[in-house]
Design a protein around this ligand. Sequence first.
Ligand code: HEM
Ligand code: HEM
Length: 191
Amino acid sequence: MSLRSNHRQWGSVIKCFHWIMALGILGNGVWGLLMVGMSPSISKINVFALHKSIGLTLLALLLLRLAWRLSERAPPDEPMPRWQRRVAHATHAFLYVLIAAIPLSGWWFNSVTGKPLQWFKLFNLPALTAKNEGISHVVRDVHEYLFFLLLLVLVSHVGAALKHHVFDRDNVLRRMLPFGRPRTPPEGDHR
Ligand code: HEM
Ligand code: HEM
């Protein structure tokens, strides 16, 4: 398995980014939904701080992922109708926008509430905007609803991956799975 993507499958670096970030984003989202119901305590502060630190880490990973992704060629699309290819590309672009917007909106919420922000208690990060309690409930809703929007888009993303795997029996999912190997192309296909 090579580090870089080739004409048959995604490289292991992209696969690692994809699956670690997918787990991290979904896990941190569930963590966020659970933590808001906690009653005020020291552990609530620590749980919030961990949510923010993990979220900032995912934002940093996204920058590294984009840099790597732009440095190499993606494997060519599997054979499929043109409309499906277009929808897939648009969905992927939208997923990238969402996984940037979710942590950024969390950072924005933290800024308007005037709370300090630390990365794993190691160093401080600046506020993105000035304190503004008046809009904090709107910004909190933006943060929350963006996560729900991500879940909605994921239904189609995951549904499409499974449809390709089970019904079309092509390599769309196989070439992204951690230890997946693409099916051998039929005789005479020298892609
Ligand atoms: C991928 C990263 C992230 C995901 C998926 C995520 C998701 C969520 C979700 C679903 C909630 C619950 C919202 C609610 O019910 O009100 C939440 C709450 C929260 N998030 Fe995030 N978040 C992420 C990153 C961040 C970051 C980077 C920060 C700050 C720097 C942050 C700050 C907060 C805060 C302060 C709350 C509590 C809101 C409240 O008091 O109601 N989040 N997050
Ligand atoms: C939070 C969860 C997830 C996010 C944010 C996400 C995001 C993305 C993005 C942005 C791409 C495009 C890669 C690129 O062109 O650089 C992608 C590709 C892909 N994802 Fe996900 N994904 C998630 C979860 C999943 C899950 C659960 C599955 C499968 C069950 C999956 C299957 C795939 C596959 C098969 C591809 C490759 C598509 C192709 O080769 O054209 N993803 N994902």
